[in-house]
Unconditional design. Structure first.
Ligand code: GDP
Length: 298
């Protein structure tokens, strides 16, 4: 809870701070709702979610005769919770062994860092983990993963040459042979506009299915919260090519754009499996709506 609160401080300033300055001044009226609308848009909630939240608030203001700032803030927190709850679907890894997780995203979104954090997360649950260094475009990514694996006693399957599909294919077979519980497969970063790379990652996914029928069991898209509304386009593009089953939203700590979770919930809903709230190994948390909303309004 505390870590999350600290991590979301900038979003809180934008959201909660914006609200406090609005509510502190005067009674609730249409002007205030209009300013609140701007505040929500600036926190990157997106037009759709913002409109929905304001409509809900207006309804409740009239129906429940809200008068004080506290009451309005409480009503807003409740509406936000309603919007976000469908995103709260923790990743269940017990159904298959090995459970194969493919990780995609643009360069710099936090894929490699999140893989390290996820490995630690699953190890803490007593699961064995194997990493596939599938980002074959950047030697540094492979090295970063290998170093991390050595330091933490986690096997990393990598190749000096060979494409992403080949490395991950090998890794899945190694995991099967060794009775590993979870495979985390890194892929090279790419932009949705790089169509040939979007085709390539679709191929990587097909090859994983050849190594193990029904795999990958989870296709995680890693998104940097700083990109705000662009997250929506990334979800749609990656979903079209590889069928995204879950999201990791990183760097919520450095940004005031935490409202993007509301935009995702309304406009491109996918289970939000984890949120990143810092660079440390423990700074990846399963997304829990109520904790998140509490942290935003704390
Ligand atoms: P990749 O290119 O997608 O593999 O991205 P990296 O994993 O190398 O991460 C890029 C940068 O973002 C690194 O400096 C990470 O430490 C940083 N980073 C990743 N996740 C988070 C997070 O949740 N919070 C913060 N503050 N930094 C993060």
């Amino acid at each position: 809870g505390e870590r999350l609160k600290a991590g979301l401080s900038r979003t809180r300033q934008q959201f909660g701070g914006g609200l406090a300055s609005l509510f502190g001044r005067r009674k609730i009226d249409e002007d205030l709702l209009e300013e609140l609308e701007s505040t929500l848009l600036m926190a990157d909630c997106g037009v759709e979610a913002t409109q929905h939240l304001i409509d809900e608030l207006r309804k409740r203001w009239k129906r429940d005769r809200l008068e004080t700032a506290d009451q309005l803030q409480e009503a807003l927190a409740e509406s936000l919770t309603d919007i976000l709850l469908p995103l709260e679907q923790p990743l269940e890894v017990s159904g298959h062994s090995p459970f194969i997780i493919m990780i995609a995203g643009v360069n710099g979104s936090g894929k490699t860092t999140s893989i390290g954090k996820l490995a630690k997360h699953f190890q803490a649950q007593g699961k064995s983990v194997l990493l596939a260094a599938g980002d074959t475009f950047r030697a540094a990514a492979r090295e970063q993963l290998q170093t991390w694996g050595e330091r933490n006693g986690v096997t990393v399957i990598a190749q000096d040459s060979g494409d992403s599909a080949a490395v991950i294919f090998d890794a899945v077979n190694a995991a099967k042979a060794r009775g590993i519980d979870i495979v985390l497969a890194d892929t090279a970063g790419r932009l949705p506009t790089q169509l040939h790379l979007m085709e390539e990652i679709a191929k990587v996914k097909r090859v994983i299915g050849k190594a193990d029928a029904g795999a990958p069991h989870e296709v995680l898209l890693v998104l940097d919260a700083n990109i705000g509304q662009n997250a929506l386009a990334q979800v749609k593009a990656f979903d079209a090519s590889i069928g995204v089953t879950g999201l990791v939203l990183t760097k919520l700590d450095g940004t005031a754009k935490g409202g993007v979770v509301a935009a995702i919930a309304r406009q491109s809903p996918k289970p939000l499996r984890f949120i990143g709230v810092g660079e440390g190994i423990d700074d990846l948390q399963p997304f829990r709506t109520r904790e998140f909303v509490d942290a935003v309004f704390a």
